[in-house]
Design a protein around this ligand. Structure first.
Ligand SMILES: Cc1cc2nc3c(=O)[nH]c(=O)nc-3n(C[C@H](O)[C@H](O)[C@H](O)COP(=O)(O)O)c2cc1C
Length: 360
């Protein structure tokens, strides 16, 4: 008798609790990708992500204005262009409006941006030197809304079509180009692209695996047409390229900057240990400034001839380069006083590349 009652209770439990869960899983999770774009690049990436996620998996792609509720969705992807080192204001307003609901859903953030290098430190008049590029632009929104814990984040890089920029945008971009101590990559181009294709693919595949619980998409290269276009970088000069990936190794010494950037095999923990070892061996005071899941920014200070000189160092890992570490060193002191730090930076690089860690 007892057994019979137990059986009935189990059956009831299955119908009331388990059946709806299993059938929802069978139907698949429902997603919304909401985006903000001015010149269209972020929209292109939205449909590219949708294509990778696949039409068999429900994903609505909408502008901010088209969204009246997020209730029907299990997960939300929020995509924005970058303006002044952040997602645009309407994205913040959207997050603010749905903040409590978003905190209970699975959320992903992505950006298109001009600078996709997450080892980049910017120093401009009136502001302290600070991290920019790629996912660094998402740190502010994540700090502002800590209750929303994104499942995946990405900073893809993006596109700028110079002749069609609005009047004030044009002036701003011209000014940024003039202030850039390391030169501006869009100089002389009609179309400048910085998007790293593999990052879009890694992000969309993270949504597939982490949210939808399905395998990464195979033959992913077939969908790159969403971004690739036949237009030249410059109508006047056909030899110019729209996108020049940063070289593996870079050393620059000008009046304004000493800059070194390179790669090594390893992860953030290894990079951190090696930098600490280098600092200890060379009497350098290494102070962490910012730490995220993908990069660490340090100030390395030492007295050379009585003057404290600072090197700005960033170590970073990238989804498009698994197993590798990238590192950048910057010193903005004048060439005559920074000789000591330049020699110490060379030592740091030698230590990073030792034991076969140098990446070609
Ligand atoms: C006025 C202006 C400001 C920008 N500010 C930044 C910035 O701070 N950092 C960055 O990496 N890219 C910046 N960009 C580049 C854009 O984010 C990038 O071109 C993006 O792909 C544009 O997206 P959309 O085509 O969807 O509008 C800026 C572009 C303009 C025109």
């Amino acid at each position: 008798m007892k057994k019979e009652i137990m059986k009935k209770i189990m059956l009831l439990l299955f119908v009331v609790i388990l059946l709806p869960i299993t059938s929802a899983q069978a139907e698949g999770k429902k997603g919304l990708l909401v985006h903000a774009s001015i010149y269209g690049s972020t929209i292109e990436t939205a449909y590219w992500i949708k294509a990778i996620i696949g039409n068999e998996n429900h994903l609505d792609v909408k502008t901010l204005d088209q969204v009246i509720t997020i209730d029907p969705y299990d997960y939300i992807i929020i995509g924005s262009l970058t303006r002044n080192e952040k997602p645009v204001k309407p994205i913040y307003e959207f997050i603010e409006k749905y903040r409590d609901k978003l905190a209970k859903k699975e959320v992903c953030y992505y950006l298109t941006c001009g600078d996709s290098d997450e080892t980049m430190v910017l120093k401009v008049p009136g502001k302290d030197a600070h991290l920019i590029g790629g996912r660094n632009y998402l740190v502010d929104v994540m700090q502002k809304y800590p209750d929303i814990k994104p499942v995946a984040i990405a900073g893809f890089g993006g596109r700028q079509v110079m002749p069609t920029l609005g009047f004030t945008d044009n002036i701003q971009i011209w000014l940024v180009g003039k202030l850039a101590k390391e030169g501006s990559p869009w100089e002389g181009l009609d179309i400048w692209e910085s998007l790293v294709k593999e990052r879009v693919e890694a992000f969309a595949n993270e949504v597939r695996t982490k949210i939808l619980g399905i395998r990464p998409r195979e033959n992913i290269e077939e969908l790159r047409g969403y971004w690739t276009s036949l237009q030249p970088a410059s109508l006047a000069d056909p030899t110019k390229k729209k996108f020049n990936p940063k070289p593996s190794y870079e050393h620059k010494s000008t009046e304004k900057i000493y800059f070194a950037r390179s790669r090594a095999k390893g992860d953030l923990a290894l990079g951190e240990n090696l930098l600490k070892q280098w600092a200890e061996e060379n009497g350098i005071d290494l102070k962490e400034q910012v730490r995220t899941s993908f990069n660490i920014y340090y100030h390395a200070t030492k007295n050379y001839g009585g003057e404290p000189i600072i090197a700005h160092i960033v170590i970073a890992t990238f989804p498009d380069e698994p197993g590798n570490l990238q590192i950048s060193f910057r010193c903005w002191d004048k060439p005559d006083v920074r000789k000591g730090i330049e020699a110490d930076i060379t030592k740091a690089e030698e230590l990073l590349w030792a034991d076969g860690r140098k990446v070609d």
